[in-house]
Design a protein around this ligand. Structure first.
Ligand SMILES: [Zn+2]
Length: 107
């Protein structure tokens, strides 16, 4: 599937474009949040968990990161643990359109 705004290839089940943030109306909405989340490769600062949450729920990415930092201080170490769990649970963004190989052909 591809973003209808910028044309970037998106993982199946994505609700928001990882490139431009456009909402993807694919009609697929499963019960498990983790199954519709992914850690985008372009927007991450650490493991991309904040970006995954922001994309999944349509939150502002900067606000999500600030919230994560504030919560990390206020109710330490719960957000840090949640971040590590999210790192393990939320799948990596998988590029669906691999780069073309412009190298010499195999012999
Ligand atoms: Zn897009």
């Amino acid at each position: 599937m591809f973003c209808h705004q910028c044309g970037k290839s998106l993982p199946p089940g994505a609700n928001f474009c990882s490139n431009c943030g456009a909402q993807i109306n694919n009609g697929v909405f499963t019960a498990s949040p983790a199954s519709t989340m992914f850690r985008p490769q372009a927007m991450r600062m650490m493991a991309g968990v904040c970006a995954a949450i922001a994309l999944r729920y349509g939150w502002d990415l900067t606000a999500t990161r600030i919230l994560a930092v504030v919560l990390g201080v206020l109710i330490f170490p719960l957000p840090e643990i949640a971040y590590l769990v999210g790192w393990l649970v939320i799948p990596e963004e998988v590029p669906l359109a691999p780069q073309a190989n412009y190298g010499p052909p195999p012999r």
